[in-house]
Structure formats: structure tokens, C-alpha cells
Design a binder for this molecule. Structure first.
Ligand SMILES: Nc1ncnc2c1ncn2[C@@H]1O[C@H](COP(=O)(O)OP(=O)(O)OP(=O)(O)O)[C@@H](O)[C@H]1O
Ligand SMILES: [Mg+2]
Length: 240
């Protein structure tokens, strides 16, 4: 099967620091891939390049076989590539329902369709009871659920999720992981960044481990987690 996304030799430098170093991998349609690695290993930077929020210095990215490097996030979103941020990005002075509606309209949904979709997501993510509140009044976990929901207003071809479970209540973690599991079972495609290894093991058949900008290991999650270089990267702290 031809890849949905192909990352080819992507490199990004910040001054003298090589944050992403010659990274290559393919994501096939329907895959749920864990992107793991110690703090500062380049996961968020790579996601930023994949989603058009940063441009790489070298390499290229193909979506459906077509180069998409240089496209803006909005253009990529309209082609089905959605992104959830490590630091939540929502409109705090807009109510929860409107946050979803604005996201849906930006993705080209008609008003009625956006409303139906938003209400279904509010129910499924168990935040319908706070739908009328300003998003800024939500708990941190509820904000994460809202941003998560915004990624699914139109079914994404590829969802890039950056630490959706970080610092949230286990109940909310369970809501999100159940949602991801169900969508994956329906054939949706995900890249999931997380430091939560039990969740990565549970959800992701395949994982890619980065360290110091490089891909250390890419394969079946159990094999990646058992790879000596991966264990050393986590235990060693400093970049190898
Ligand atoms: N805008 C920037 N300017 C300079 N350096 C940056 C910038 N963004 C990231 N870096 C550096 O690039 C490296 C990779 O950072 P990145 O945030 O991609 O790592 P990460 O794997 O997402 O880490 P974490 O698990 O802590 O979220 C780090 O050394 C970081 O300090
Ligand atoms: Mg990060």
C-alpha cells in the first residue's frame, strides 16, 4: 500500500542545535504509530514540520505521494492533516461549543453539519455539560478534550497528537484513548506522541523512538521498547 505520509530525510536546526536530524519514515493508511523519545529528542519539532507550523531545513514530506513541505497549517488541515498541540491552543473567551463550530467551519463544514458534529463530539468526549461555558473556564483536562475534539470536527486523514494525555485525570485519559482506539479500529490514521508507555503499548502496534533528533528505532512497539539503544537513551538522559 502506498504511504499516506512519507517523511524523507527531514532535518531542522536551531542555531547550532540539530533538533531533527535526517529523519525518514512512512505512515501507511490506517496505522496508529507511537512517536516516543526522551525530553528534547525532537518529537514536537518534527510534528511542527509535518503540520506546516515550521519549515524544515532539508528533506521533504509527501502527503498522498505529493510534496506538501511549505504548505501552511490551514492548507494541510484542509487536506486532512490535523494537529493537536502539547500546549493547548483554544479560544478561551469563546464558549466550548463555538470553539468546535469555528474549527469545523474553518475546515469547510456547513453550519448544520458542524453543529451536528460538534454536539456528537461533546457527548462522546463527555464535555456536553460544559458546552455553554467559556473555554477558559474549563479544567486543564477538559481544555485538552476540547482541543482534541477540534481535531475531529472533520474526520482527519491523519491526526498528529502531541502528548494528549499529559497531566490530565485518568478518566479523561481513558475517554481519549477509547476514542483513539475506536477510530483506529475504523481505519483512521494517527501519530501519537506520548511519554505514557503503558498507553503507547496498549494503543500503538508500531512505534518510532527518537533521540537527539534521530530515529533510534522504528518497528513493533514491543521490539522498539526492548531495543538496547532505546533503553540507553531513556536511562542515559544525555544524548548518545
Ligand atoms: N524554537 C526553538 N528554538 C530553539 N530551540 C528549540 C526550539 N524548539 C525546540 N528547540 C530545541 O530543540 C530540541 C527538540 O525539542 P522538541 O520540543 O522538539 O523535543 P520533544 O521531543 O518534543 O521534547 P518533550 O518530550 O520535552 O516535549 C530541544 O533541544 C529544544 O530545546
Ligand atoms: Mg514535545
Amino acid at each position: 500500500m502506498s504511504p499516506l505520509l512519507s517523511v524523507q530525510g527531514v532535518t531542522k536546526r536551531f542555531g547550532g542545535l540539530v533538533a531533527v536530524a535526517d529523519v525518514s519514515f512512512d505512515i501507511a493508511p490506517g496505522e496508529l504509530v507511537g512517536l516516543i523519545g526522551p525530553n528534547g529528542s525532537g518529537k514536537t519539532t518534527l510534528l511542527n514540520i509535518m503540520s506546516g507550523h515550521l519549515s524544515g531545513d532539508q528533506g521533504r514530506i509527501l502527503l498522498d505521494g505529493e510534496p506538501c513541505s511549505g504548505l501552511k497549517p490551514q492548507g494541510l488541515a484542509r487536506r486532512g492533516l490535523m494537529r493537536m498541540f502539547q500546549l493547548t491552543r483554544i479560544f478561551p473567551r469563546m464558549n466550548v461549543l463555538d470553539n468546535l463550530l469555528v474549527g469545523g467551519r474553518a475546515l469547510g463544514l456547513a453550519a448544520d453539519e458542524a453543529k451536528t458534529r460538534a454536539n456528537a463530539l461533546l457527548e462522546e468526549l463527555q464535555i456536553a455539560h460544559v458546552g455553554h461555558l467559556d473555554a477558559g473556564q474549563l479544567s486543564g483536562g477538559q481544555m485538552k478534550l476540547l482541543e482534541f475534539g477540534c481535531c475531529f470536527m472533520r474526520t482527519p486523514r491523519l491526526a498528529l497528537l502531541d502528548e494528549p494525555f499529559a497531566a490530565i485525570h485518568p478518566t479523561m485519559k481513558e475517554i481519549m484513548s477509547r476514542f483513539i482506539r475506536a477510530r483506529h479500529a475504523e481505519g483512521q490514521t494517527f501519530v501519537l506522541v506520548s511519554h505514557d508507555m503503558p498507553v503507547i503499548v496498549e494503543l500503538c502496534p508500531r512505534s518510532i523512538c527518537m533521540n537527539a533528533g534521530r530515529v533510534l528505532s522504528d518497528g513493533a512497539t514491543s521490539q522498539v521498547l526492548a531495543a538496547p539503544a532505546v533503553i540507553e537513551a531513556y536511562l542515559g538522559g544525555a544524548a548518545a
